[in-house]
Unconditional design. Structure first.
Length: 242
């Protein structure tokens, strides 16, 4: 796959991030998987099949693109045949999804990133092979959606490419009514201490932030809020380990 606007490794290393791999490593600790909360209603194979068929019907004969703004960029979990930069207008990244599993724990909950209303979000769209729409949608759903409280959090969004073309792209965790979504959105000064401390059986929130900023940079993308946040998280970690 070609990466439009990608930076060289030398340019990436000279980008002067405050949050480094060494600081991220300080956040790691072994955590047990607490399992899903008893109130969650997990999706069945029949649920996934039903949602997949609905989404396949929605896209019809159009090409299937999936919009990535966070971990889907560096760990998509589905197969694609092309990718390029694109922008979702009217949405922005926010760490506003409360988690107690994965990269958080019941004792130290974390925050994961999603799209909230307002602003713009520069990300990456991945093109799925026309012959594999069902298979790849199913893979993406199983990666992103595990229980019924997240039914309202995925949708097709219009995104604009660098060439000016508007494309519909399947997007996960864009708005929705999940009770885990924090409203009003927490300010960055409240988010940073959480990201610096939260860790679960899949890693830390600091690692998630670091990977997102680094891989966005490979596409020439610097999100202003994420850049400020990585500086704040770096200071938090340094203060904790002074």
């Amino acid at each position: 796959m070609s990466r439009s606007g990608a930076l060289t490794s030398t340019a990436l290393k000279s980008s002067s991030m405050a949050l480094t791999q060494d600081l991220v490593d300080l956040c790691f600790r072994d955590e047990m998987d607490p399992g899903a909360p008893p109130t969650w209603e997990p999706l069945t194979d029949a649920d996934y099949a039903e949602i997949t068929e609905r989404l396949v019907g929605d896209i019809g004969d159009e090409p299937l693109w999936i919009f990535a703004y966070g971990s889907l960029i560096w760990k998509p979990g589905f197969d694609s045949i092309a990718c390029q930069r694109a922008t979702a207008y009217g949405w922005h990244r926010s760490f506003s999804l409360h988690i107690e599993r994965g990269r958080g724990s019941p004792d130290q909950p974390g925050l994961m990133m999603m799209l909230s209303r307002g602003g713009r979000c520069d990300g990456v769209i991945y093109r799925v092979s026309d012959s594999e729409k069902r298979e790849q949608i199913d893979k993406a759903l199983r990666r992103e959606v595990s229980h019924k409280d997240s039914f309202s959090t995925f949708r097709f969004l219009p995104v604009r490419t660098q060439g000016g073309e508007t494309i519909r792209a399947l997007t996960f965790w864009a708005g929705g009514k999940s009770p885990r979504i924090i409203r009003p959105l927490p300010p960055l000064q409240d988010v940073a201490p959480v990201l610096a401390r939260a860790c679960g059986h899949r890693g830390s929130c600091a690692e998630y932030l670091y990977n997102t900023v680094v891989h966005l940079a490979e596409f020439g993308i610097r999100d202003r809020n994420l850049w400020r946040l990585q500086e704040m998280v770096a200071r938090e970690i340094e203060a904790m380990h002074a």
